[in-house]
Design a protein around this ligand. Sequence first.
Ligand code: V47
Ligand code: SF4
Length: 384
Amino acid sequence: MAVAVSVPRDRLRDPALHAIADKLAQGERLSTQDGVSLFRSPDLLGVGALADAANRARHGDVVTFAANQHINPTNICVLRKTCVFCGYARLPKEEGAYRYSLDQVLAEAEPARNGMTREFHIVGGLDMQAGLEYYATMFRALKREHPQVHIKALTAVEIAHLARIEKLSWSDVLTSLKEAGLDTLPGGGAETFSAAVREQIADKKLGGADYIGVHRTAHALGIRSNCTLLYGHVESFEDRVAHMEMLRDLQDETGGFLAFIPLAYHPDDNELGRRLGREGSASTGFDDLRTLAVGRLFLDNFAHIKSHWIMVTQGLSQASLHFGVNDLEGTVVREKVYHAVGAHTPQAMSLDALLRLIRGAAKIPAERDSFYRILRRFDKAEAA
Ligand code: V47
Ligand code: SF4
């Protein structure tokens, strides 16, 4: 539901933003052209002021986080040669290829006994030897050992892969996994939906319409999900807006998305970075802030816009709290996917550091559960 947002005109230096500001003040939905104009505007602070007002109208000064733990059970992937932006995947016989046994997964999950972890975020490659039973057994065991921990697992691409290798429908796969303990789906695998872009960066991957189809099926089964956009590679601003429009349409239909998470493309140690001659230079801070802000404004039916500090640095994530972001990807234990492609940020942040970061932006930190229910607000600078 769009909320009415008003920003004083003198904060908008770019006249192109005035008509957009008028629409937002009326609680009107932005058009595709408005989305592109926001991306093209040189007035980052103006775009940010609009996004900040939209965010404050929903969340005030509260910024949430969830203490989660990533588990990447296999890096073996049949698309290793065709997802040219991915530095994580391996072919089965390649050096560095791994697939965890159940015991190894449980050992990875062990730190969750600290009582802090509220969510396992489990994603991996499209591994022919990791079928439905592999994941169902894993989820059952994790629920048995850590019944209080939410399982957010398997991207739409992995669900479709399981359906294909098991000769089942998406709905059958999701139903079995839900019975085994799956709670929600993460947003990975979306990349950029444009068919022309996909052809260049992820030729054989599940298409945009099918990504939407898997999420629609999940929502119908009561499995809520996140969604993402991989930006900063070969896509245009028009592609980014078209992508967001598909997400906005599904959200109108089902209301099943919890959060939108733009992911900044990292060019190191992957084929696309080498082709583009971009190794060593990731997305710019300007583009990161702008993409988060446009997400907040364009996706008027999304409650939560999340910044992933592992990808854009902690400092940038902190600044993004004034550009429409209300949620930070929280404490992450031993994360592998991004560190395979050159993210140099620390792999985990302590609760204290996260609280300092949010308070340093003059915001109120609050711990949430996986459905964004607030569990604890840290109003005062008390010890965590
Ligand atoms: O789909 C892969 C991306 C995604 C690179 O749902 C890369 O809460 C940048 O989706 N540069 C998986 N990105 C991660 C993901 C995610 C992350 C945090 C929270 C949630 C959530 C979801 O990582 C992949 C792909 O888009 N990725 N390679 C790269 N070189
Ligand atoms: Fe496999 Fe995912 Fe990497 Fe593509 S992005 S190669 S599907 S692990």
